[in-house]
Design a protein around this ligand. Structure first.
Ligand code: F6P
Length: 358
């Protein structure tokens, strides 16, 4: 059986993309007569017809490599059907290029946006298989996405290192963790790093409660040292009642660079404690994948190769109860896996005295 496979990585990168690419390729070469076409920079390459033939050797030595050998870009789903000034019908162009490449199927490695476009292409008749990557761990109906564990390790290391300097100086340290909509990374790294306050987009906070948690700790420890892990998308209770645009406009008026700068300034003003901000940013997405992510990405890649062999398309790979399975793209696209309010980890964190400001 011969299969010509197009492969692309789309959206924000994360550690484990290359391990997954390698997993798909290696297993495909084992299972059937496989040919690979690497599409550059995600859907940009598919729209513009920017691709390269790949051979077995191209997949060697990439297991531990961070980033993506294919390049990536953000091509927002909401513009996919919009014809812009360049007059390009993006959906038609993608279908045309799929034909030109003579593909039997297309593998898309990406997060929520990528899955929406993958579903669109599947509904347009292309054979598509998704692979769930993101440090945010927010893809619907999979327990985990590759990239998350490595980012959690990195964010935890940041918190650990900040702990020692916070202690030396008796400072409040506000550490901003990635995650605009979902707070999984902040929750897990916050617990792993022993943060005192954890603020998530899903659990709007009350500033006074955050302040009282910091003050209570200072009374107990006779020192004003506290660690606050705040998700970049965290918001106050008041902000949570606003529409996204209104919230953004309000934030712009306030003029802070991001949530952590506002929080630090408010805490310093209300408590008098010296407060500093740390924003590790894209550090959390960089470098080699952890052993866990290498294994996970490999397993997901192998599963995708089996799906290709079976000719099962319109699906995305997922993890459920430590078994790799697949979900229909149409059941996943457009949904986000948020941290539920009754999440056991949140309860456990509260049980050990971590404040969520709620
Ligand atoms: O989706 C992954 C992510 O790292 C989010 O946590 C973050 O909000 C966003 O991407 C940052 O995007 P960009 O790399 O485009 O700045």
């Amino acid at each position: 059986m011969k299969r010509r496979i197009g492969i692309l990585t789309s959206g924000g990168d994360c550690p484990g993309l290359n391990a997954a690419i390698r997993g798909v390729a290696r297993a495909s070469y084992e299972l059937f007569d496989a040919e690979f076409v690497g599409i550059a920079d995600g859907y940009r390459g598919l729209i513009e017809g920017d691709w390269n033939e790949l051979s077995y050797d191209d997949f060697s030595g990439i297991l531990t490599l961070g980033g993506t050998i294919l390049g990536t870009s953000r091509q927002p789903y909401r513009y996919m059907r919009v014809i812009g000034e360049d007059n390009v019908d993006k959906v038609a162009a993608m279908k045309e290029n799929y034909k030109k490449m003579k593909l039997d199927c297309l593998i898309t490695l990406g997060g929520n946006g990528t899955h929406k476009t993958a579903n669109l292409l599947s509904q347009e008749g292309l054979n598509v298989i998704g692979l769930p990557k993101t440090i945010d761990n927010d893809i619907w109906d999979t327990e985990v996405t590759f990239g998350f564990h490595t980012a959690m390790d990195l964010a935890t290391e940041v918190i650990d290192r900040i702990h020692t300097t916070a202690n030396s100086h008796g400072r409040v340290m506000v550490i901003e963790i990635m995650g605009n909509k979902a707070g999984w990374l902040t929750l897990y790294s916050g617990v792993a790093g022993g943060a005192d306050v954890v603020l998530l987009p899903e659990i709007p906070y009350d500033l006074d409660k955050v302040v009282s948690a910091v003050e209570k700790r200072a009374r107990r420890k006779k020192r004003s040292f506290s660690i606050i892990a705040v998700a970049e998308g965290a918001m106050t209770k008041e902000e949570s009642k606003m529409k996204g645009k209104e919230r953004l406009a309000r934030r712009q008026e306030e003029g802070y660079q991001s949530i952590s700068y506002r929080l630090a300034s408010q805490i310093e003003e209300k408590t008098g404690f010296e407060t500093r901000v740390v924003v590790p940013g894209h550090f959390q997405r960089g470098g080699s994948p952890s052993a866990y992510d290498r294994v996970l990405a490999t397993r997901f890649g192998v599963y995708a190769a089996r799906l290709i062999k079976e000719g099962k398309y319109g699906v995305t790979v997922a993890m459920k109860g430590d078994r790799v399975v697949h979900n229909m793209l149409m059941d996943v696209a457009g949904k986000t896996k948020f941290v539920p309010k009754d999440n056991q980890m949140v309860k456990n964190a509260k049980d050990i005295g971590i404040a969520f400001g709620d």
